[in-house]
Design a protein around this ligand. Structure first.
Ligand code: UGA
Length: 440
């Protein structure tokens, strides 16, 4: 089938590559010429395991191509995916200007029936706005063409996006037209194996499903972070509590890992946007507000612990292991590492940091500064450090040579923001060890 994808960012690119992989003819459109040139040359602007190979293979096979030509994009696909960004406005609501601009472009150039698929994470009611924007342009052109708007939110995890797309838990499709529903069923057929993973519903419910999923996951994390704070005060071990509650299948083991807070491009933004939506319809979203407040507090937890240990941090050198908001990505959006580093800098401390893939991104964000030393290895980052803070649980950090580490650090103090290490082992190795919600 012919598919056009507007927006060659994270979601658009993964969607385009995976739809091409199963044999569709996919054209990706983006306004960013540099990005399109890079993609045409076989490069991929983001770090995502498996994506570059998939893009190259399908581009070479002629099933995946890239353009900045919007008219060509509208002419190409029966399906017109909108996968452009929805950055938060100052008030936390999602900014729809890019989504609506695509809708208008489709209206300007379409000559035939089109299915417009909202893939971007958009607030409830956006499909209606897309429909209005597109219909408005058609009307001004004096054209009476048929089209449908579908909500088809994505549930990809960064770092596992290809696998999530190829083997989805569920595919949510919101539409009010049974014929469109059937066409989407065909498009998603190759990914809909073993049992029916398509969850068909009305458009508004599909839009809310996306936010509800992320908000529920964020709630689990904030809940556990709250438990970790309680465990610390009460002399309990949150890791034991986690295993104890996870065994109940109604709770489950997933997403109950306490840590130094959730980050990334989705949870913080989506929780904020849903709070905003709630308020805008006269509902006080008490749970969501608490989820966000707990996360803000949690992102400060490593700094709080460092301060409690050292008192004044001016002139101290702190090693930071992990800059990305989670492993297997170079994404530092809303990353807990940023909150920690910025607080340390404000105190007059120096950061020596290592991340397996996010160091370029870190440099892009912060530039060169005397109180940030980006180090080629984790060991180099730890050299001469007063303390080590583990912020992202990359595998590389899981089993360091503790003896060597102790020798190169100025003092053997470890703050583990992801509860990666065993407290007993750390004590045996001669470290002063602080974790999240665990006895010291
Ligand atoms: C999240 C969702 O998991 C995806 O299903 C969704 O499609 C995506 O947002 C999106 O809306 O696009 P992602 O942001 O890539 O995916 O990252 P996650 O793996 O969900 O992790 C988010 C954050 O939560 C990370 O900072 C991670 O360290 C933290 N986390 C996760 C915890 O602190 N504890 C946990 O138990 C799990």
């Amino acid at each position: 089938m012919k598919v056009t994808i507007f927006g060659s960012g994270y979601v658009g690119l993964v969607t385009g590559a995976c739809l091409a992989e199963v044999g569709n003819d996919v054209l990706c459109v983006d306004v960013d010429e540099r990005k399109i040139d890079l993609l045409k040359a076989g490069g991929v602007p983001i770090y995502e395991p498996g994506l570059e190979e998939m893009v190259r293979k399908n581009t070479a096979a002629g099933r995946l191509s890239f353009t900045t030509d919007v008219a060509a994009g509208v002419a190409h696909g029966l399906f017109q995916f909108i996968a452009v960004g929805t950055p938060p406005d100052e008030d936390g609501s999602a900014d729809l200007q890019y989504v609506l601009a695509v809708a208008r472009s489709i209206g300007e150039h379409m000559e035939d029936y089109r299915i417009v698929v909202d893939k971007s994470t958009v607030p409830v009611g956006t499909a209606d706005k897309v429909r209005q924007a597109l219909a408005g342009v058609l009307e001004s052109r004096g054209r009476n063409l048929e089209f449908d708007v579908v909500s088809n939110p994505e549930f990809l995890k960064e770092g596992a996006a290809i696998d999530d797309f190829m083997r989805p838990d569920r595919i949510v499709v919101g539409t009010d037209n049974p014929r469109t529903a059937e066409l989407l069923r065909v498009l998603y057929g190759p990914f809909n194996r073993n049992h029916d993973r398509l969850v068909m519903m009305d458009i508004r419910s599909a839009e809310l499903t996306k936010y509800a999923a992320n908000a529920m996951l964020a709630t689990k994390i904030s809940f556990m972070n709250e438990m970790s704070a309680l465990a610390e005060k009460l002399g309990a071990d949150v890791e034991a509590v986690r295993r104890g509650i996870g065994a109940d299948p109604r709770i489950g083991y997933h997403f109950i890992y306490p840590g130094c807070g959730y980050g990334g491009s989705c949870f913080p933004k989506d929780v904020k946007a849903l709070i905003h939506t709630g308020r805008s319809v006269g509902h006080a979203p008490a749970v969501l507000e608490a989820v966000e407040a707990v996360n803000d507090r949690q992102k400060a937890v490593l700094h709080d612990k460092l301060k409690a240990h050292f008192g004044d941090l001016a002139g101290r050198t702190i090693a930071v292991w992990g800059l990305a908001f989670k492993p297997n990505t170079d994404d530092m959006r809303e990353a807990p590492s940023r909150v920690l580093m910025e607080a340390l800098w404000a105190d007059g401390a120096t950061v020596r940091a290592h991340d397996p893939v996010a160091m370029e991104e870190c440099e892009r964000i912060y530039g060169e500064r005397p109180d940030l030393v980006l180090c080629a290895t984790p060991e180099e980052a730890a050299e001469g450090a007063d303390a080590l803070a583990l912020v992202t649980e990359w595998n590389l950090f899981r089993s360091p040579d503790f003896q060597a580490l102790r020798e190169i650090m100025k003092s053997p103090v470890v703050f583990d923001g992801r509860n990666v290490y065993d407290p007993q082992r750390m004590a045996d190795e001669g470290f002063i060890y602080h974790a999240i919600g665990r006895p010291e």
